[in-house]
Write a protein that binds this ligand. Structure first.
Ligand code: G6P
Length: 447
């Protein structure tokens, strides 16, 4: 039977990561015939869109697949009739990320784009834009799935589920895929043979049990991960090893982002060093990105360049394309996704976003019941969930009080006074992208 051709719309199409996505669609063309890929960006991103879009066209031509690549600044036109919409934009571009990292560090606290003060501000800038996209989707492509990679993916999914007009929403992250691949490598087996019971929140996900060919090997894997030489790392996070005693007594797999919470002091020292030398991650990425775009300009380049793997988001297209393909092909396989909890994790509201294993069919992902989280991890998960909820509310209402509260309850912010100082500085620095805090000055607004 001939399957329906697929139209995909990618918002933030000018991203340096786009070649990953295009490669993912090319590789899967036989099972997922993407006939139209619409790369959308805004005026400020037009130059990048042209460069990466032309590379995408050359990649498709080289691969010999009949995929039409459209480049546009007209989001509404691109959304019309889409089957899947992926979002990978960065409101305020990399310069805003540099501020998210550097301003908290100026106040002596961690600066990171997905957690703490930096995560809050990335969320405050991003959530209103994504809610607008969700509203447009409801009008222009009501049956399409919104697949979001934009960080902070947990907070953003929370906001879309609670306040969005379009409920077919899934948050995707490359982290679970990377954890699984690393464990497979450490064990010397193929990735397909490893199954992990993932549960928690985005960038705060734990591997509760690990199986190889269905046999529970959790103890053996924890033993390996307690070895300081055998860590799960990511390009964007310092590879500080866990104390073996901590890893063993915790007994579950930690993700690289847990270092921000269990190694706060060491990570902060490391970040302050990078701050001094102008080498925070955002600054490094800005240079890397400039190099990538120079490569992308080369008219002879017609594949994804290996240099892209220096970025933390390597393999994100596997997560995204596998999800799209499983929905399209009604596969019923298991993937780790950010979805409505719906009772999967006990103690988290049904309507909140969690990152858990899901069965993926043509009707989308259905979370697999986890039950109660182990007492050792439940506390932090609950605290970060509170942060995400209050932050999402702040993003939607533009409430100064809620934004302050979000910071005060975040474990990476050690004092209410620091919270206020950081908040004031960051609101000022990001003013241009935070209209909700400045338009309704007065009751709910800022000042
Ligand atoms: C990891 C995270 C992503 C994040 C990326 C940042 O892979 O899972 O959510 O976007 O790192 O990488 P970058 O190269 O931009 O620092």
């Amino acid at each position: 039977m001939m399957k329906k051709a697929v139209k995909i719309t990618t918002i933030g199409g000018g991203s340096s990561y786009t070649p990953e996505l295009v490669e993912g669609f090319i590789k899967r063309y036989d099972e997922l015939p993407v006939r139209e890929l619409w790369l959308v960006d805004i005026e400020e991103g037009n130059e990048k869109l042209e460069i990466v879009g032309n590379l995408a066209k050359r990649m498709v031509e080289e691969a010999g697949v009949p995929m039409d690549i459209h480049l546009t600044l007209d989001r509404r036109q691109a959304l019309k009739g889409a089957d899947f919409v992926t979002t990978q934009m960065r409101v305020g571009q990399l310069d805003a990320r540099i501020k998210d990292e550097r301003i908290p560090l100026q106040h002596g606290i961690i600066g990171q784009e997905t957690n703490g003060a930096g995560g809050l501000f990335k969320g405050l800038r991003t959530i209103p834009v994504l809610l607008e996209i969700a509203e447009e989707m409801q009008e222009l492509c009501p049956d399409a799935w919104l697949i979001n990679f934009t960080n902070p993916a947990g907070m953003v999914t929370e906001a879309l589920l609670r306040y969005g007009k379009h409920q077919k929403v899934v948050g995707v992250c490359n982290l679970p895929v990377n954890v699984r691949m690393t464990i497979a490598r450490l064990l010397g087996v193929e990735t397909e043979r490893v199954q992990i019971d993932f549960a928690g929140l985005n960038h705060l996900v734990y591997g509760l049990n690990i199986y190889i060919d269905g046999d529970n090997k959790t103890k053996e894997v924890i033993e390996i991960l307690a070895d300081p030489e055998k860590q799960i790392t990511m390009r964007n996070i310092a590879p500080l090893p866990w104390l073996p005693e901590f890893q063993k007594s915790l007994g579950v797999v930690l993700c690289p982002y847990h270092r921000y919470y269990y190694k706060t002091k060491e990570i902060l020292e490391e970040e302050l060093e990078s701050f001094k030398t102008g080498k925070t991650r955002a600054e490094v990425v800005k240079r890397l990105e400039a190099e990538l775009f120079e490569l992308y300009k080369n008219p002879d380049l017609n594949i994804k360049p290996p240099q892209l793997e220096k970025r933390g988001g390597a393999y994100y297209s596997d997560a995204a394309c596998n999800l799209i393909s499983s929905i399209y092909n009604d596969k019923g396989d298991i993937q780790t996704l950010n979805v409505r909890n719906d009772g999967a994790i006990t103690g988290i509201p049904a309507e909140s976003a969690v990152e858990v294993n899901c069965f993926v069919t043509k009707d989308g992902p259905v979370p697999i019941a986890v039950g109660e989280l182990p007492v050792e991890v439940n506390g932090l998960v609950q605290q970060i969930k509170s942060f995400e909820r209050v932050a999402a509310e702040a993003a939607v209402t533009g409430s100064y009080e809620k934004a302050l509260l979000a910071l005060c309850i975040n474990p990476l912010v050690p004092s209410d006074e620091i919270a206020k100082n950081v908040l004031d500085d960051m609101l000022e620095a990001h003013k241009e992208f935070l209209p909700q805090f400045f338009q309704n000055a007065g009751e709910a607004g800022y000042r």
